[in-house]
Design a protein around this ligand. Sequence first.
Ligand SMILES: Cc1cc2nc3c(=O)[nH]c(=O)nc-3n(C[C@H](O)[C@H](O)[C@H](O)COP(=O)(O)OP(=O)(O)OC[C@H]3O[C@@H](n4cnc5c(N)ncnc54)[C@H](O)[C@@H]3O)c2cc1C
Length: 356
Amino acid sequence: MAGLVAAARLRELGVRARVDEKGTRIGGSMLLSSCVIWRHREWSDFRRECPDGDPALQRLIWSRLDESLQWLVAQGAEPLSVETGNPLTTGWRFEPAALARALASRVQEIRLGTAVRETGRRSILCTGGFGGSAELVAQHIRPAAPLRLRANPWSEGDGLRLGTGRGGALSAGLTDFYGRNMPDASWGESQFVPLSQLYARFARIFDVDGVEFFARDDVSWSESNVVAATARRPTARAFYLLDEEALAGSVRDRSVADMVAAAPAATRVAPSELPFAAPAGTATAVRVAAAITHTIGGLRVDDRARVVDAGGSPVEGLWAAGVDAGGVAAGGYASGLAQALVLGLSAADDVAWAQP
Ligand SMILES: Cc1cc2nc3c(=O)[nH]c(=O)nc-3n(C[C@H](O)[C@H](O)[C@H](O)COP(=O)(O)OP(=O)(O)OC[C@H]3O[C@@H](n4cnc5c(N)ncnc54)[C@H](O)[C@@H]3O)c2cc1C
């Protein structure tokens, strides 16, 4: 998403720009997403929920998101909804393919199947983080067991490698990630959203050794904290145990019973078949596995989206946007699409301003 945004904005500003896209299609993980581009309604909630993030970057995204959404509309993208359905947040939902098409129509040139490389020219790194690299995930998101990928397959840390190779520093939040607990079965791209197991707040949560490792009262509204904890349990798997009262619960417009029923049969476990003694009253259990959607740490950037070195000085000719720019949501979770939109625009504005 960030690459398309930046290139569209550069063209608008009269700067020639090309998108090199490693994948076989445009849109990255945005294309697979629920496409709610949001921010916390209150600044204090953003700070409280992402306490280790860079306040300057957070302030930039928080304060520029609303006008940036208007900019998207000016590019021809029509929102499906202008609310998130969550009282804590505000934002708009788009149809991902239509948004990708609208942005692409504003871009001068897109080369599919072309990985970004060192050219000596000005570059905005927008490769979508390193969630697709098992090696980098193991190196940074310690001590997480191998995590399944719930995102586009091409975001393998190329931006991070290129940026650090040029002297860019690493941001805060490298051990953090955003993801979902998914049924412990095989699933494909079209099931990333419908198969997300988003009812941990109703469940009792045990690891495969029978240790109850997370209290449902501590589950955050996004449930990303229980996913992070699951990633650190043996084999990155867990069991969600549900009694009748839990099954009667609902999350927004979906009932827990429906979400459980949508999980593949092989992941639904009768209490008597659990590898440990189930607490009294357990009606059913679902075996889940932690999956990574995107990384939260990455390259350190300033509030002009310039990649900076360990001393805070900009690396010549290098910007980063989207989740290649790290440290925005460190310690918590915030909208990756908002980060892609606002930092994509900021990077493009700065590139245009810095034109020789
Ligand atoms: C199922 C799902 C639901 C989601 N729902 C939401 C939501 O509702 N709201 C929200 O805010 N976020 C959501 N997200 C997360 C959101 O999609 C990402 O945070 C966002 O897309 C990040 O933007 P980006 O531009 O950094 O990366 P991407 O959109 O993933 O784009 C990165 C692009 O870089 C390309 N690339 C990788 N390496 C290279 C290379 N070396 N050279 C050239 N190109 C390269 C990739 O192919 C990809 O096209 C969701 C994600 C998924 C998968």
